[in-house]
Design a protein around this ligand. Structure first.
Ligand code: FES
Ligand SMILES: [Fe+2]
Length: 384
């Protein structure tokens, strides 16, 4: 079980040491990538089929639902219920009754209930999707309850997040996600508590939004009116964990020597950021964490859910106003008003069709790394 102040992983420590040495990561060369990847309907269909319905993606934070709680999730294009049973086990099931397909939960609230009860004729399911009971079973001659469970998807809880695979028939293989588990445990995600969440509808391809979190080139420019003052210009280090990327973005005092055994001190000068392939971004601020999950929503559109986690052991009353301020700053201003707006403007520019390629400088190598991984994954899947 993660504690509130676990030690850094060896990988986190090595990257922090690189930052302290001034061994700042930049790519060697500028790169170009095609722009049709953001607008081509065929490409979108391939991503949905070969990526989002085949590999694990994050749905939400562990902190959002406790034992015997559930929440609807409809951002992936599937209508889902994320549940946690009385033993603490998470499940992801289809939000559609096995009787006449009625939607079971129709709001975004977190519900506390041991059972999922259909509002129409009250068929009742366990948290794991098993049909537990139905009224007047005598009126369904020959019905086998075992054949009338909810659709069940492979699910796992790793590093303080709940993951699923969008194909009920897929193997429950979460090995790639497990690569980032120790890092997220070291940050203490699983021990944090939910503070707020908000979903942004963005007129940009999902990759445009991920791109914005794979480079620090824009931080002092785009964020000049919000968080730019807290960061140094173009000071970052990065490495890879399988298909994922781990960054540290240097804050203003990044050159200050810090005790790497003191997470609080480290987070004052270095902002760890993760791009968990393909569509999850984690930003580790000094005393809270933002989890961004960016869901494709058709060609040239996406929905990004921002979830803020705060320390589970803090005096909530004392720090509530500060967290409120941070939530507003990040959710509305920095992400909503700057990163997501820039992504939408970039999308509009690409849709104008004047440019077949875009250019990535050496401070934007993380963007190229993300697209190279994606291209390779799609090519491999298409050929399989
Ligand atoms: S549709 Fe769900 S119980 Fe009838
Ligand atoms: Fe940004």
């Amino acid at each position: 079980m993660p504690t509130s102040k676990p030690a850094m992983t060896p990988g986190q420590r090595a990257l922090a040491e690189a930052m302290m040495r001034g061994d700042h990561y930049v790519g060697k060369d500028a790169r170009r990538i095609s722009t049709d990847r953001y607008v081509d309907p065929q490409r979108h269909a391939e991503e949905m089929r070969h990526l989002f319905r085949r590999f694990p993606t994050a749905l939400t934070t562990s902190a959002l639902i406790g034992k015997d709680q559930m929440v609807r999730h409809d951002l992936t294009g599937l209508d889902l219920l994320v549940t946690r049973d009385g033993d603490g086990q998470v499940h992801v099931v289809g939000n559609s009754c096995a009787h006449r397909a009625t939607r079971l939960v129709d709001d975004d609230d977190v519900h506390t209930s041991r059972k999922i009860i259909c509002p129409y004729h009250a068929w009742t399911y366990r948290a794991n999707g098993e049909l537990a009971a139905l009224p007047r079973p005598d009126t369904f001659p020959g019905l086998c309850k075992e054949d009338h469970h909810l659709v069940r998807y492979p699910a796992a809880e790793i590093g303080g997040l709940i993951w699923f695979i969008g194909d009920p028939e897929a193997d429950a293989n979460f090995d790639e996600v497990a690569m980032v588990g120790p890092d997220l445990d070291a940050i203490g995600l699983g021990a944090m508590r939910h503070f707020a969440r908000n979903t942004h509808e963005i007129a940009a391809d999902w990759k445009m939004v991920v791109d914005a979190f794979c480079e620090g080139y824009h931080v002092k420019r785009l964020h000049a009116g919000s968080i730019g003052e807290y960061f140094a210009d173009g000071v970052s280090v990065a490495d890879r964990m399988g298909p994922h990327q781990r960054f540290i973005v240097g804050r203003t005092e990044h050159a200050k020597p810090v005790d790497l055994d003191d997470w609080n001190a480290v987070r004052e000068v270095m902002t760890f950021t993760y791009q968990i392939f393909p569509n999850t971004v984690i930003v580790v601020s000094p005393d809270y964490v933002n989890v961004l999950i960016i869901h494709p929503d058709g060609v040239g559109k996406c929905r990004a859910e921002n979830l803020m986690l705060v320390p589970g052991d803090a005096d909530a009353v004392a720090v509530q106003p500060r967290w409120e301020k941070s939530w507003q700053l990040l959710d509305q201003h920095t992400f909503g008003g700057e990163d997501f707006r820039a992504a939408a403007l970039c999308q509009r520019g690409v849709e104008a069709g004047l440019r077949k390629e875009m250019l990535l400088g050496t401070l934007e190598t993380g963007v190229a790394v993300f697209h190279d991984e994606l291209d390779a994954r799609l090519a491999a899947q298409a050929g399989s």
